[in-house]
Ligand binder design. Structure first.
Ligand SMILES: [Zn+2]
Length: 230
C-alpha cells in the first residue's frame, strides 16, 4: 500500500466510524426528543386546564356584566334537584322567603342550596348586612316556592333570631332588589308575594305575623318605583 492508499483507507475507516456514532446518537436522541415533546405537551395541557375557567365561573362573570354591582352572582351548580336547569316560563311575580335558620349568613345558605341533598334553591339570598347573592340565573326556575316556581323569582332573606325579623340592612336591600326586579320585569308591587300566599306556610315568618311591617315594606318599593317614573 502506498502512502496515498493508506491515507485513503484511514479516511474511509474514519468515515465509517463517524457514521456509526451518528447512528448510535440518533438511536438515543430521537426517543429522548419524542419523550420531551410528549412531556411538554402534557405540561401545556395541564397549564391550559388550570387557565380554563369552570362553567360556574363563566356564568358568574357573564351575569355580573348585566347586573348592578350590588348583586353578586354566586351561582350553584346544576345538580338536578336544587338547580334543575329548567327554563322559567316567565316572570309573573316575586316570592319572598325567610331562611328559617337564625344567624346564618347569605354564603352559608347559598352553600346549602349548592348541596344536592338540600333540594332547595332561591334566585337570591340577602344576608344580615344587606349583601345580595344570586344563586340561580333569572332565566331559570329556582326550587323555593312550590307550584309558583315556574313563573316567579324567589328571594330568601337571612334573619338574626327566631322572630324572623329582618335587620334594617337586610330589609333595605330587599326593597332595593324588589324595586330593581319590578322595573326589570315590568311588574307592579301587587306581584310581590310571600311564600305564605302560595302555600300557607308561615314564611317569611315576620311578614306573616306582622302584616303592617309587610305592607310598609311594599309601600317603600312602590315609592322607589314612583321616584323612578317621576
Ligand atoms: Zn319560604
Amino acid at each position: 500500500m502506498g502512502r496515498r492508499d493508506r491515507r485513503k483507507a484511514y479516511e474511509e475507516e474514519n468515515t465509517r466510524k463517524k457514521s456509526g456514532w451518528r447512528g448510535v446518537l440518533l438511536f438515543i436522541l430521537l426517543p429522548l426528543l419524542a419523550a420531551g415533546i410528549w412531556g411538554a405537551t402534557r405540561l401545556l395541557d395541564k397549564w391550559d386546564a388550570s387557565l380554563t375557567p369552570s362553567t360556574l365561573e363563566v356564568e358568574n362573570r357573564e351575569a355580573s356584566q348585566t347586573l348592578p354591582e350590588w348583586i353578586l352572582p354566586s351561582f350553584i351548580p346544576v345538580d338536578g334537584t336544587s338547580r334543575r336547569g329548567e327554563a322559567l316560563e316567565g316572570v309573573e311575580g316575586i316570592v319572598i322567603h325567610y331562611v328559617g335558620n337564625p344567624g346564618t349568613t347569605a354564603r352559608q345558605n347559598r352553600d346549602w342550596f349548592a348541596n344536592p341533598e338540600s333540594e332547595v334553591s332561591s334566585h337570591f339570598v340577602i344576608g344580615l348586612d344587606g349583601e345580595i347573592l344570586m344563586c340561580v340565573p333569572l332565566t331559570e326556575k329556582s326550587s323555593a316556592s312550590n307550584e309558583a316556581n315556574g313563573t316567579t323569582l324567589s328571594i330568601e332573606v337571612c334573619h338574626p333570631d327566631e322572630t324572623g325579623k329582618f335587620t334594617r340592612e337586610s330589609e333595605e336591600a330587599l326593597v332595593k332588589l324588589l324595586a330593581y326586579l319590578c322595573r326589570r320585569f315590568d311588574l307592579t308591587v301587587d306581584k310581590i308575594i310571600r311564600h305564605f300566599d302560595v302555600t300557607g306556610k308561615i314564611c317569611p315568618k315576620y311578614y306573616v305575623e306582622h302584616e303592617d311591617a309587610y305592607a310598609a315594606m311594599k309601600k317603600r318599593v312602590e315609592a322607589s318605583l314612583r321616584e323612578d317614573a317621576a
